[in-house]
Design a protein around this ligand. Structure first.
Ligand code: FES
Length: 148
């Protein structure tokens, strides 16, 4: 899992193509605003999710701590722009995390991930500048997991 801090200048440079795309793609703007309507949730005893299908439990790093899942949730690369309190996932998806407090999580629906993940994405803020960006696809049998 890649965890980089970048300068504001680098972040602006990386996101300039995405920002340019907002002019022609209103859906991107909706993603940036979606966190307001998707309240953050706290984790429970170090867990980020319990699968609704068969009960697998995943910790905040996406590792299964109780079966039947045995593989971790897929993680995604991101860069963090501390000045703007935002992350850029896989170089294409900007997400405003200014409302996401430490040790809390938010989720994105599949339609909000710009094609990165067909099940959606979980974002867990470990510290001010360190995140876990995880797929919502359960590694057991493909159910969609969500935060508490
Ligand atoms: S535990 Fe079976 S699909 Fe998640």
């Amino acid at each position: 899992m890649k965890k980089n801090k970048i300068s504001r200048k680098e972040f602006i440079s990386k996101t300039s193509k995405v920002v340019g795309g907002m002019v022609v793609c209103p859906a991107v703007l909706a993603i940036l605003q979606s966190c307001d309507s998707n309240p953050a949730s706290s984790t429970q005893n170090g867990l980020i999710s319990i699968c609704p299908d068969h009960g697998a439990k995943f910790d905040t790093d996406g590792n299964p701590v109780e079966g039947p899942a045995t593989a971790p949730l897929q993680s995604y690369n991101y860069v963090f722009d501390q000045e703007n309190n935002a992350i850029l996932i896989e170089d294409v998806l900007p997400v405003d995390v200014s409302d996401l407090s430490v040790e809390s999580a938010i989720s994105l629906e599949a339609s909000q991930t710009q094609g990165i993940d067909g099940s959606g994405i979980l974002i867990y803020r470990k510290t001010d500048s360190d995140f876990n960006v995880l797929s919502r696809l359960c590694t057991h049998a493909g159910a969609v997991v969500g935060p508490f």
